[in-house]
Design a protein around this ligand. Structure first.
Ligand code: 4FV
Length: 225
């Protein structure tokens, strides 16, 4: 999968996408990540990428001409155009189902906003999907973009190694995960449920299923609707 990220802060991506599973997926050629600086496509001598909002209001808005030039350049860097995703609080809420849908694409182009956001004409004419990671305001779309890349990369065949598969985890079956325990079995008198130490697989599976349901009912009844 090829993922292009358009951002004013390429440096923000150094680190979170260079460790563990994502690092290996990139090294193994499963994830081909490209970060492009939007400011490279500014045309005026001040290299400005934003301007005052028409109709007044606080803050600055990112310019449609600079964003479109950056997008066209990146799209032309590979034969297959990517699905264009703009991260913003006005978007559809990111869910496991959406992550799986995006993971089925050969290529994504993720646009990170800053300031008050982008000119709406860019969203209207250049963006395929507007996505929010939650109802709160961040300083930029970079962290949401990393969340999306991390979540999607786990679904690239082979990215998780053969150990785990995304099929068997939370939200796939729309239930929260059962509690997890590991050694030491004894610690400060804090108990490990005996069934997990019983070796009785049928009972263990029954316990896990009951835990998933009980936790979901208690903590996220909305997932059961
Ligand atoms: C955001 C979110 C988010 C809004 C103004 C960037 C910021 C600034 N993106 N889910 N929540 N974006 O807060 O995706 O431009």
């Amino acid at each position: 999968m090829r993922v292009d990220i358009l951002t004013l802060f390429p440096g923000a991506f150094t680190g979170p996408l260079d460790v563990s599973i994502i690092k290996r997926a990139r090294e193994d050629g499963l994830l081909d990540l490209h970060i492009t600086d939007i400011r490279e496509f500014a045309t005026d001598k001040h290299r400005s990428v934003d301007d005052y909002p028409f109709g007044g209001g606080q803050g600055m808005v990112m310019r449609v001409d600079v964003l479109d030039a950056a997008l066209q350049h990146v799209q032309a860097e590979a034969p297959e155009p990517g699905l264009v995703i703009y991260m913003s609080p006005q978007g559809e809420r990111l869910t496991d189902a959406l992550v799986r849908e995006f993971a089925a694409n050969p290529r994504l182009v993720i646009v990170c906003g800053r300031y008050e956001g982008v000119d709406e004409r860019f969203v209207e004419h250049c963006v395929d999907r507007e996505i929010s990671i939650g109802d709160y305001i961040l300083t930029g779309g970079e962290l949401p973009a990393m969340v999306l890349v991390d979540a999607v990369a786990r679904h690239i065949p082979g990215a998780l190694g053969d150990a785990a598969s995304p099929e068997e985890e939370s939200f796939a079956g729309r239930l929260l995960e059962h509690p997890q325990y590991t050694r030491p079995a004894e610690y400060r008198g804090w108990e490990v449920p005996a069934v997990l130490l019983s070796g009785h697989h049928a009972n263990i599976e029954k316990w896990k299923a009951a835990q998933r349901l009980a936790r979901t009912r208690l903590r996220r009844p909305d997932l059961l609707e």
